[in-house]
Design a protein around this ligand. Structure first.
Ligand code: ZN
Length: 463
């Protein structure tokens, strides 16, 4: 069994009491059962049966329930076997735990026979996950709230997004689509990505002012602007290698296919695979599921043992143990297969990584830091764009204002304009704050402003 994707939706707000958790889990189970009925399942109460698969595969479902005191667990397992023997498995479980409700879903594919066969499948978000996400806006995954498509407008909203991106506790990938002249590089891509990645990533668009806020807070190598799309994995630090958070510039997006529709579909598929596969290996099953199931199994055995009087009773008990044993063995086997598959994947990725690092070093002997794509940057042709590290004492640097944030100007390093009309600058607090933010220090010896440069001006700083 190859795991294709996993979802964990958690609800905590208003779930303080056992009654609230019980009512909510019954309601959520109702939504899942309605979804099963739309697929043609009947007689859900009996614990299993058949339904109609879209491609006329052999389709079956089962419902398993367990409880431990006030905690409950309900599993809906759907299995479809195609005529050529491919098996698709979707398991959704609703756990009413000690403090929250968790809906844990896994998607898998395998072969019905024993043939181990790596299959290429394009995973999709099940419809019921979207229905659940649309039902109220208070779903979490770990510390992060799961959101629908969000449009970030203005510098301050952009700053808030940047803080969310670099937040240590963030547990959900963030996809940012930047705008240039109020348009995305590929029209409608934001809505499609939000649709595809529902429950596994939060998707944002940023306008130009919000892009400047990303540049200001995350620094340029980790920013996203001028029509680019960027995927920020959780655990994003300012000193990360920018390659860890993949960036597609507008030019690269356009080069995917001359036809916009096909370019959009290609990019969707790529991002879907990237993010759902990551979710498949990183989303872990809530521990309470096993606690509840183990407690329920122990209680069942204890009850049977307490009642057993005759040899026949004990034989029945032995059968029960044997059945449980078989199921556990099967689960263990599936887990072993998963581990083997993941180990193979890790080995492959590691060799790919080494290969990429090698090529990178060949291409740029001195550095592996990312350079900017100046051809798609926001009018940055004249700017010296790479970060140069902190200024040395005695060094002279030139700065230009690129954007006006509420408390400071956003500065970039530029060359000398050659005007030779440098003037003192006593006021200019926003410019000074901007240079301080850019360099991380205010310890300049002399700061001057060009009397002839227009358009935001140019600053000469002796450190
Ligand atoms: Zn000048």
């Amino acid at each position: 069994m190859q795991k294709l994707g996993a979802y964990l939706l958690e609800r905590r707000d208003g779930m303080q009491t056992a009654d609230a958790r019980s009512a909510e889990s019954i309601r959520i189970c109702g939504i899942i059962e309605n979804w099963l009925r739309t697929k043609g399942a009947s007689d859900i109460a009996s614990g299993g049966g058949t339904y109609d698969a879209v491609d006329h595969s052999d389709a079956r479902f089962e419902v398993v329930r367990a409880g431990d005191g006030g905690r409950t667990w309900t599993l809906y397992r759907l299995i479809e076997v195609t005529p050529d023997g491919r098996r698709f498995d979707a398991s959704l479980s609703v756990t009413a735990g000690a403090t929250s409700i968790a809906v844990y879903t896994t998607l898998g594919v395998g072969t019905a026979s024993d043939l181990i066969n790596q299959v290429e499948v394009d995973p999709r978000c099940p419809k019921v996950i979207r229905t659940l996400l649309e039902d109220g806006d208070s779903w979490y995954h770990g510390a992060s709230r799961l959101r629908g498509l969000t449009h970030v407008v203005g510098f301050e909203a952009g700053e808030a997004l940047a803080l969310d991106i670099k937040h240590e506790q963030r547990s959900v990938p963030v996809v940012v689509l930047s705008k240039m002249h109020d348009a995305l590089a590929i029209a409608g891509l934001d809505e499609k990505l939000a649709y595809d990645l529902a429950g596994t990533a939060n998707v944002f668009t940023v306008d130009e002012a919000a892009s400047w806020a990303l540049t200001d807070t995350l620094r340029k190598p980790l920013s996203c602007y001028a029509g680019a799309v960027r995927l920020y994995w959780p655990g994003c630090h300012l000193n990360d290698n920018p390659y860890r958070h993949p960036l597609w510039t507008a030019a690269r997006l356009h080069s995917l296919d001359p036809d916009e529709h096909r370019a959009r579909e290609r990019f969707r598929r790529r991002l879907r695979q990237l993010i759902l596969r990551a979710a498949a290996v990183s989303v872990t099953r809530p521990r309470e599921i096993d606690e509840i199931r183990n407690a329920a199994a122990r209680a069942e055995f204890a009850e049977a043992k307490g009642k057993a009087k005759s040899t026949t009773d004990f034989e029945a008990l032995a059968d029960l143990f044997a059945k449980e044993n078989d199921e556990l063995r099967l689960e263990l086997l599936e887990r072993d297969e998963q581990i083997a598959e993941l180990q193979a994947k890790v080995a492959r990725l590691e060799s790919e990584r080494k290969g990429l690092m090698y090529h990178l070093r060949q291409a740029r002997p001195d550095t592996i830091a990312v350079e900017d794509d100046d051809d798609v940057g926001p009018d940055l042709g004249e700017d010296a764009t790479a970060d140069q590290g902190p200024p040395e004492p005695g060094e002279v640097r030139f700065y230009k204002k690129r954007f006006s944030a509420p408390t400071h100007d956003i500065m970039v390093l530029v060359g000398d304009c050659g005007h030779n009309s440098w003037q003192g600058a006593n006021k200019a607090d926003k410019a000074k704050n901007g240079i301080e933010k850019f360099e991380g220090t205010r310890a300049w010896r002399l700061l001057q402003h060009c009397g002839r440069c227009t358009g935001g001006g140019r600053w000469r700083v002796e450190w």
